[in-house]
Design a protein around this ligand. Structure first.
Ligand code: NDP
Length: 246
């Protein structure tokens, strides 16, 4: 029987894929989950499911490109459950394609969601973490930032920017208040490929996912492992990929 996780955890991008799987696992293990994403119909169905199974879950419409939405998500955690122990900055998009496509709108959107979205989470959560004397920031980065492959340069750059950001924040936070964890998944079976405009690249990623990908529950277990450590233990990075991924 796994130990109870008695923590209040806010998750962005909780409406599908890794965020949803993480919400399900953490709620089943006793965490109170505060779910944010733009598709509120999905969030509401998920929260209803979790509550029906005896879990604690609330939702708020959250677009991570809007700073005030992150403020409201964090406020919901503190008003509903009295504190925020963990923010999982998971929302992300992958508008991948060759740099030569010059998809400037796609680049900008990825930077806004994948990087600025995490910064908005930090801006909202850090004051609460400092006030409480503890807090944990988990972000979903990617193995595409570790092995850079064609068509993923800009996406990988956003993920590596977040990895760099977390390391800098960690260096500034040696007073024991903040823990940071960068989780780098490889191919995971989710809806991520739906964001890709370039039809050829989208089809290739879908085929790779079909062939290689692991279930989002595997990443959820990695996140649970990071957050259930004692407060003096920080799991800085987790790389979790399909065994058959190159
Ligand atoms: P999904 O597409 O299933 O999930 C992405 C989530 O991000 C959705 O819940 C979506 O919700 C949310 N999202 C997108 N844009 C915004 C926004 N502006 N504001 C708030 N939420 C937003 O894919 P995954 O579960 O795979 O993706 C989760 C994370 O994992 C991403 O950061 C992704 O880059 C990363 N990752 C995924 C890998 C994979 O192979 N699947 C590999 C490595 C990393 P909604 O549309 O409702 O807002």
């Amino acid at each position: 029987m796994p130990a109870i996780i008695d923590q209040v955890v806010a998750i962005t991008g909780a409406s599908s894929g890794i965020g949803e799987a993480t919400a399900r696992l953490l709620a089943a293990r006793g965490a109170a989950v505060v779910l944010g994403a733009r598709r509120t119909d999905r969030l509401d169905r998920l929260a209803a499911d979790l509550r029906a199974a005896g879990g604690r879950a609330v939702t708020r419409a959250t677009d991570v490109t809007r700073r005030e939405d992150l403020e409201r998500l964090v406020d919901l955690a503190t008003s509903e459950y009295g504190r925020l122990d963990v923010l999982v900055g998971n929302a992300g998009i992958a508008r991948t394609g060759p740099v030569a496509d010059l998809d400037v709108a796609g680049w900008t959107q990825m930077i806004d969601v994948n990087l600025v979205g995490v910064l908005h989470g930090i801006a909202a959560a850090l004051p609460v973490f400092r006030r409480q004397g503890h807090g944990h920031l988990v972000t979903t980065v990617s193995t595409s930032g570790l092995k850079i492959v064609p068509t993923q340069a800009v996406y990988a750059a956003t993920k590596n920017a977040v990895r760099t950001l977390l390391e800098g924040l960690r260096q500034e936070s040696t007073d024991g208040v903040l823990r940071t964890t960068a989780v780098s998944p490889g191919y995971v079976r989710t809806e991520l490929a739906d964001w890709i405009d370039n039809a050829e690249v989208r089809e290739q990623v879908r085929q790779d996912m079909e062939r290689l990908a692991i279930a989002p529950e595997a990443v959820a277990r990695a996140i649970a492992f990071a957050i259930e450590q004692p407060e003096d233990v920080e799991i800085g990075e987790i790389v979790i990929r399909p065994t058959v991924q190159g």
